[in-house]
Ligand binder design. Structure first.
Ligand SMILES: Cc1cc2nc3c(=O)[nH]c(=O)nc-3n(C[C@H](O)[C@H](O)[C@H](O)COP(=O)(O)O)c2cc1C
Length: 165
């Protein structure tokens, strides 16, 4: 069984979460590719797909949402999990957005999990810094890699059952 973890990430913090998820599923014995969503041309080679994205201004990164929309028919026939990263205090519409919930129902995702992300103020552009000043969210790294690993472990166990069925 081949598994794809595809991710939309601007500053890399969500990509690192995707890598942890991929490594955990690989440790269950599956063949796993971790790719930026913009590099995924086809999902045909995969039996299960996990798509994750950082949330910016209430929306998923465009490459991740485009991956789901463009490959919706193929994804509907496969096992799909989704995750979003963000900073809860930016809600409105923010964290776990209506958009990502729509994407999850479009492809019948098994689950849509949310994880806290990271904001490195020094790397933000001028516009993003202005947003930070206006909203004053908790800056810094709030990621919980063990939560991501636990979630991925659960997926790995489900895939094992599916592989044996
Ligand atoms: C300009 C800006 C807007 C953001 N908007 C949201 C948002 O609407 N909702 C949310 O939950 N998090 C929001 N975040 C937090 C990011 O989703 C979080 O920092 C994430 O970990 C970034 O992932 P990346 O490093 O993979 O790009 C925002 C961050 C920035 C800098």
């Amino acid at each position: 069984m081949k598994v794809l973890v595809a991710v939309g990430s601007k500053y890399g913090s969500t990509r690192e979460i995707a890598q942890v998820i991929g490594a955990e599923i690989q440790s269950t014995g599956f063949d796993v590719d971790v790719e930026d969503a913009c590099d995924v041309l086809s999902v045909d080679a995969y039996d299960a797909i996990i798509v994750g994205s950082a949330v910016y201004g209430g929306l998923w990164r465009r490459d991740a949402s485009a991956l789901i929309r463009q490959h919706a028919d193929a994804l509907k026939r496969r096992d799909v999990w989704m995750f979003s990263t963000g900073i809860r205090e930016l809600k409105e519409p923010g964290y776990a957005t209506g958009e990502s919930e729509q994407l999850a129902s479009l492809v019948g995702a098994q689950e849509h999990e949310t994880f806290p992300g990271a904001i490195d103020y020094d790397r933000l552009n001028v516009g993003e810094r202005a947003v930070m000043h206006a909203i004053n969210p908790p800056l810094g790294d709030h990621r919980d890699f063990s939560a991501a690993r636990d979630w991925a472990h659960g997926i790995g166990v489900k895939l094992l059952y599916l592989a044996l069925a």
